[in-house]
Write a protein that binds this ligand. Structure first.
Ligand SMILES: C[S@@+](CC[C@H](N)C(=O)[O-])C[C@H]1O[C@@H](n2cnc3c(N)ncnc32)[C@H](O)[C@@H]1O
Length: 355
């Protein structure tokens, strides 16, 4: 029977689901553990930077007598052009191989690759994982944040940026194309090794302009910077982070209430130790589920995230002031993925009181 089955604790990012001919692949994933894939993601640079609604024809008059009619006298309504950026059939990444490419594959591909290397990000990742390994998959929130970074590149130019829960590192790589220093952080040696490999293989995107990505361990559950394991921080890096960071970014990191609480504690602690005012951009996908408890569709993880945002904004500790805003998703799409309406981007501005 050609049916996709997963263990009950398996989670699967939607990013690769729309690929043709991957059903058979998905079906095998449970049986063989977590095979590693390498995918390439093209940056679509020929975007004019306009909201698609800007291109709509504007009617001078709303008088119905002006509206064209067909031969039967019915109104001939001009339809909005189809928004191709949210096309449900969009094919997202191209899977290069199920493991590191062989040298002959690399030779064959190298000419084409070199030609378009400027616009291609290559990411090693897995596709279906237990919840504790979700960072090894790529999530739509990472693309939404990456789109925002490219759309607002002048804002991030030359900045020092901290990414929390970076996973495979895709968003940090995009950020390093414009920022000066990116602290790309997550937890777990295995994941950080994968992330470091992705950073290394994509260094042509940021090294020429002397930007750097530091892959480091930063556990929201811990109160301090890790200094004794692999991917640990030096004193100089911690000082640089506190002295120079002006942006914190995080993509799809709120899916478990305890982790969300820990994330917000971390954002509070770090931003109150930063010398400069900082702005956090957090993407989230509102995943709706039917629950027996509510007898309705709900998204408890999203509700908890909103509760944490409200708490942060209302907090009056005499030291910090936080302002929370929802960012309008009208910026262009530089990556091909399904920009579903459940995707949101939140801006949190942190300012120290009594300077
Ligand atoms: C859904 S993944 C998102 C990964 C990536 N940002 C993306 O959008 O593709 C959530 C990320 O949060 C990280 N995470 C979970 N608990 C964490 C913790 N205590 N400290 C730091 N990162 C954590 C996971 O390792 C994972 O990389």
């Amino acid at each position: 029977m050609d049916q996709v089955t997963f263990r009950s604790d398996t989670v699967l990012s939607d990013v690769h689901l729309l690929l043709p001919n991957t059903r058979h692949l998905m079906k095998r994933l449970n049986g063989v553990g977590q095979p590693v894939f390498t995918s390439k993601f093209r940056i679509l640079r020929d975007i004019d930077g306009k909201d698609s609604s800007d291109d709509l024809p504007v009617r001078e008059s709303s008088d119905a007598s002006d509206v064209p009619r067909d031969e039967d006298g019915d109104l001939d309504v001009v339809r909005r052009p189809r928004d191709t950026t949210s096309d449900r059939d969009a094919v997202c990444p191209i899977i290069l191989s199920q493991s590191a490419a062989t040298s002959s594959d690399q030779d064959e591909d190298s000419d084409e690759e070199e030609e378009s290397a400027r616009d291609i990000i290559i990411i090693e990742h897995t596709m279906a994982t237990p919840l504790e390994d979700v960072g090894k998959q790529i999530w739509r929130g990472a693309f939404l944040l990456a789109d925002f970074i490219l759309a607002q590149s002048s804002m991030f130019k030359g900045a020092t940026v901290l990414e929390l829960g970076a996973g495979t590192g895709l968003t940090s790589i995009v950020m390093a194309m414009v920022a000066k220093t990116v602290y790309c952080t997550d937890v777990g040696e295995d994941l950080l090794n994968m992330c470091q490999r992705n950073v290394t293989v994509n260094k042509q995107h940021f090294e020429p302009q002397e930007s750097e990505i530091m892959v480091r361990q930063l556990d929201w559950m811990a109160d301090d910077f890790c200094t004794d394991l692999e991917f640990s921080w030096t004193d100089i890096e911690v000082a640089d982070l506190h002295d120079n960071t002006t942006f914190v970014i995080a993509a799809d990191v709120c899916y478990d209430d305890d982790l969300t609480d820990a994330l917000f504690r971390t954002i509070y602690r770090l931003s109150s130790n930063m010398r400069k005012p900082s702005t956090a951009y957090i993407s989230i996908e509102k995943r709706l589920n039917f629950t027996l408890q509510h007898m309705d569709v709900s998204c408890e993880a999203y509700d908890h995230f909103r509760h944490c945002l409200d708490q942060l904004q209302q907090m009056k500790d005499g030291k910090m002031n936080f302002k929370v805003e929802l960012v309008k998703i009208s910026f262009p799409q530089f990556f091909q993925y399904e920009r579903v309406e459940q995707l949101e981007l939140w801006k949190v501005t942190a300012e120290r009181l009594n300077k």
